[in-house]
Write a protein that binds this ligand. Sequence first.
Ligand code: MLT
Length: 391
Amino acid sequence: MVKPADRIQQLPPYLFAEIDKKIREKQSQGVDVIKLGIGDPDMNPPSFVVDSMKEEAGKEKNQGYPPGYGVEEFKEAVAGYYLQRYGVELDPFNEVLTLIGSKEGIAHISFSFTDPGDINLVPDPGYPVYGIGTLFAGGESYIMPLRSENNYLPRLDEIPETVAHKAKLLFLNYPNNPTGAVVTKEYLKEVVDFAKKYDLLICHDAAYSELAFDGYKPLSLLEVEGAKEVSIEFNSLSKTFNMTGWRIGYAVGASYAVEVLGRFKTNIDSGLFNAIQQVGVAALNHPKRDAFIRELQSIYQERRDVVVENLRKMGWPLDPPLGSFYVWAPIPSGFTSQEFVTKLLEETGVVVTPGRGFGEHGEGYFRIALTVGVPRLEEAMERLRGAIRYK
Ligand code: MLT
């Protein structure tokens, strides 16, 4: 048997693959598992997406290899959406790149910019792929803790000068996974100034840009003046249109970064099925787009309220998150986050994600994904009430 590469051996098991294994185990024992683990929407894409796929899949022009940097119509649709939604102008040819889901671009941005020994600035808790991409590229993650007392924003003044000078990429993600935190334009401006000072590329993961509550409207990093020169922003249709399995995402921002990431990608993948990119055009340009998004927001807001109200009644100190579709809650004393979620699964059949899975600063928390309907969420809360009290 051939020994796997060191980089594979260093790799922790992928968080959601591990959770998936446990779910299957429980289900095979006949347990009625309620899955609040991975952030995978339980609802269908809108009918205008599905109908468009039925039309596009069979068209002759959509067969064969897609253009390396993406289908022009899709990139134009992304640019049009940025203009409408954020007032940000993008050149579809040089500042937009199609991705096979934003995870793909987030993983590959480190391969495109980070040499062995380079530093990337990585928020913790955070989506595991920022650190994993860094590790695969041979770089080192410098952890930026996200703490509740700082509204889950990295403290830039805590980053030592020597680290900032050595760093290449700075990862950021708002609305935030896993904490649900959101960001102000003033804070984003500080990050842009920091990136300019230390010659960094900000990699903003905006996957939850349309999932926000109580009237909050998420920002694009590119709304900050001058941000485009030092930033690349990742987004996808996964969470906005319930299309996680379709793997359609994009990167926008500094033309040099888009070009370098595209150069990397064209050497290792052959792009995203033309038909799916045409579906992306239909999704982003559809007259019912905004109504669909508003409906989605109200569904998640109701789910959020059910969870937050129930947890509060059980003693949890919680503020309702303004963004994402996650509730980030502290662990009762006496457990690690892993012990707590294991107890929950064993005693109640409810699956949540241990905060430690998002990094060392996630310890002491667990994450609930609002990816089942209200009756099922109420049942999960009922099961919790029977098993655990917050203390
Ligand atoms: C999560 O649960 O954190 C996300 O669904 C993972 C992903 O988007 O890849």
